[in-house]
Ligand binder design. Sequence first.
Ligand SMILES: Cc1cc2nc3c(=O)[nH]c(=O)nc-3n(C[C@H](O)[C@H](O)[C@H](O)COP(=O)(O)O)c2cc1C
Length: 167
Amino acid sequence: MSERSLVQATLQLPCSVTILSARADKRQGAMTASAMFVAEIPPLIAVSVSKTFATYQLIENSKEFAINVLADSQLDLAGKFGSIHGYEVDKFKEANIATESASKIGAPLVSDCFANIECRVRSSLWEVEGNHAIYVGEVIAFKVNNKLMPMVWLNGRYFTVGTQCRV
Ligand SMILES: Cc1cc2nc3c(=O)[nH]c(=O)nc-3n(C[C@H](O)[C@H](O)[C@H](O)COP(=O)(O)O)c2cc1C
């Protein structure tokens, strides 16, 4: 099997769809990213961020980030934050995105999400193939709106989380 077709394997994992936001030295930014559960005690979540991206620099400088878990009604935000880079532009202002202050960190929270999770970086893995850094963040605050439904990204498409599976 060619290396190109093996890439398809990476798309077969259902992933969370979040806006990863950060702030450092009065600059704020955010990018679309998946986040992964790591551990319950302490509560840890991992994100993988390309070292070439603007958000990487903000996390690197602040050691904090927020994971804004998108509701299925916020599909447009995944495109807005995942298609342009924030070196020159403030994507929040450019696209007129409603934000609110976090309770424990400087990163802006995206309003009306399924969940907003505030994290402080506990550790990071730098020597990751593909030029990415993996940050493991400890959850220090969160809020959730159970009236909303989050999305899942699978094989390049977005799905809503709906029916609970039962045996
Ligand atoms: C659904 C989706 C998921 C993504 N997940 C990641 C991810 O986990 N890690 C990453 O480095 N980039 C990911 N990206 C790409 C970044 O969001 C994108 O390159 C963004 O423009 C980077 O912005 P920045 O340079 O302002 O940080 C994803 C994009 C989409 C659309």
